[in-house]
Ligand binder design. Structure first.
Ligand code: ATP
Length: 516
């Protein structure tokens, strides 16, 4: 097992063992690609949502919130293009009966069989040349690397062209030419490639047949589009302005793996920013930068990168992803799309209702253009856990080296901010004092009282769930009203008076530092 696979496996089991994420319906052996968030998971997830909501709605006077329903009139999905075009190309392997996304089989081939070799060559050269190494020059001059890059480009261009032209026969031909085998069975006995619609549907009780067919929304955005005028009129916003929403979305993903990275039920945090036609490029650039800054406040810059879309969706005139380096490589974490006036115009046409804005400065009405930022809350959760979870060698109580597992999550996102620990469990005077401290601190932030096991074990337990501060009540506390305040990251312990704790911890765990 590679080091990355190993760290990913550890992450998944840590999430389960410490009550962050459980598989849905585990007692029935689980439901594939559906997950439940446990006690610490729900706190972390809520904090991530708060961080997003505050940076969008609280920090921008011209962004307001919305909470639209999951069910929408079925015509919504006709107008948005989801009924006709929200498809993935699927292919089945006849030997294993496993189903795959045809495009992902090709992309994985390129990554594992072509780009991996190129990267290996580049790393070898980097070691050989040391500080003088110029990666771009090497890529442009080394024949072997040039060959790999060219091969990768040729394959991906052909894939994109075939997908754009809906030439599914050619996608199959490509899989056959590349001799791609089923990862499960090793067989190359494939069915034809077919389109598979990703929307889940259900039936309205009162109307039989096609007319009563309802969809579970595959994205939250459409609830924002159809409410655009309701929101604009009731809040008297002027363009440019945005509407933000956090909510569940559902996709019948063909291949749902990699834990909470790709789920069938997940949560999105989307913001649609309505602008004057012609100004979309300016706002696209603005949000591209603003969103990267938001990520960099939490994650190291080298774990983040932009990826421009080569193949644009039918509604977009520009699109990019912000990618994060997950334990399985750089993958999409957030999408930023310039969606033109596609959605509002389509809803206007199909509903027969005007969805126009009167721009008093210009003295004219128009259908606004939209720049959207769309991030998966669960993917942000996974990125945060992956970045924060680590094993670290630290001195234990006797001064010897020991390894601790610690979740160095940003204090503002930490599920529990402060643990209150009496030094000993069987000393009523200590536990009573600790309860008193806990009962006061719980009004300021999320606290936990813990008296079970030796103090060292309790510290380790708090480290594993990412609690940034521990307050320990000992015999001196009873004399002078001071406690030790332990810092998760530095392990420093300082003596402070009880009256100071709330303010000190509040300052450190405040979201303010992330928002400025
Ligand atoms: P992908 O290419 O990974 O399928 P996408 O391009 O279809 O993603 P968008 O439609 O742009 O994704 O959705 C916006 C965001 O929603 C994504 O950046 C991702 O964070 C999140 N997201 C999309 N699909 C899923 C899913 N199945 N599970 C969890 N999060 C998802």
């Amino acid at each position: 097992m590679s080091q990355q696979e190993d760290s990913f496996k550890k992450l998944v089991s840590h999430c389960k063992e410490y009550g962050f994420v459980f598989q849905s319906s585990e007692v029935y052996d689980g439901l594939a690609a559906v997950y439940d968030y446990g006690p610490y998971g729900v706190e972390l997830k809520n904090n991530i949502k708060q961080y997003w909501w505050q940076s969008m709605v609280k920090m921008h006077e011209n962004i307001v919130g919305l909470d639209a329903a999951i069910f929408m009139h079925p015509k919504t999905w006709k107008a948005s293009g989801h009924i006709d075009a929200f498809n993935d190309p699927m292919i089945d392997n006849k030997s294993s009966n496993k189903r795959y996304r045809a495009d992902q089989l090709v992309e994985e081939y390129v990554e594992k069989k072509v780009m991996k070799k190129a990267k290996k060559e580049i790393e070898k050269a980097r070691k050989r040349f040391g500080d003088d190494f110029d990666e771009e020059q090497y890529k442009a001059t080394n024949p072997r690397v040039m060959g790999y890059l060219e091969k990768s480009k040729t394959i991906l261009t052909r894939l994109n062209t075939s997908l754009t032209n809906e030439d599914l026969e050619d996608v199959k031909a490509l899989i056959e030419e590349l001799e791609i085998a089923c990862p499960e069975s090793g067989s190359r006995d494939w069915t034809d490639v077919r389109q598979f619609n990703l929307m889940f549907n259900t039936q309205l009780g009162t109307i039989a047949g096609e007319a009563g067919k309802l969809y579970l929304r595959p994205e939250t955005a459409q609830g924002i589009f159809v409410n655009f005028l309701n929101v604009q009129k009731t809040t008297r916003q002027k363009i440019p302005f945005g509407i933000a929403q956090i909510g569940k979305a559902f996709r019948n993903e063909i291949v749902a793996r990699q834990f909470i990275f790709r789920m069938r039920e997940f949560e999105q945090m989307e913001m649609q920013f309505f602008v004057r036609p012609g100004e979309q490029q300016k706002w696209y650039a603005y949000w591209k930068e603003a969103r990267m800054k938001w990520h960099q406040a939490i994650h190291p810059a080298e774990k983040l990168q932009y990826h421009d879309h080569e193949k644009l969706a039918h509604y977009a005139d520009a699109a990019l992803d912000i990618e994060f380096e997950f334990p399985f490589g750089f993958r999409e974490l957030e999408g930023i799309h310039s969606r033109t006036d596609f959605d509002l115009s389509s809803h206007q046409e199909l509903s027969g209702r005007k969805l126009q804005y009167f721009d008093s400065e210009l003295g004219e009405s128009y259908v606004p253009y939209v720049v959207e930022t769309s991030i998966g809350c669960d993917r942000m959760f996974l990125a945060t856990m992956a970045n924060a979870l680590m094993d670290e060698v630290v001195p234990d109580a006797d001064g010897k080296d020991s390894t601790r597992t610690v979740l160095k999550v940003h204090p503002a996102l930490a599920p529990v901010k402060c643990a209150v620990l009496p030094l000993l469990k069987n000393k009523p005077e200590l536990t009573a004092k600790a309860r008193e401290v806990f009962n006061d601190l719980k009004f300021s932030f999320n606290c936990q009282y813990d008296e079970k096991d030796a103090i060292g074990r309790r510290y380790r337990r708090q480290d594993a769930i990412g609690t940034p501060y521990c307050v320990t009540i000992d015999f001196d506390t009873l004399e002078d009203n001071t406690v030790t305040l332990r810092d998760r990251d530095t392990l420093e312990q300082v003596r402070v008076s009880i009256g100071e704790v709330a303010a000190m911890v509040s300052e450190k765990v405040s979201m303010r530092t992330l928002l400025v």
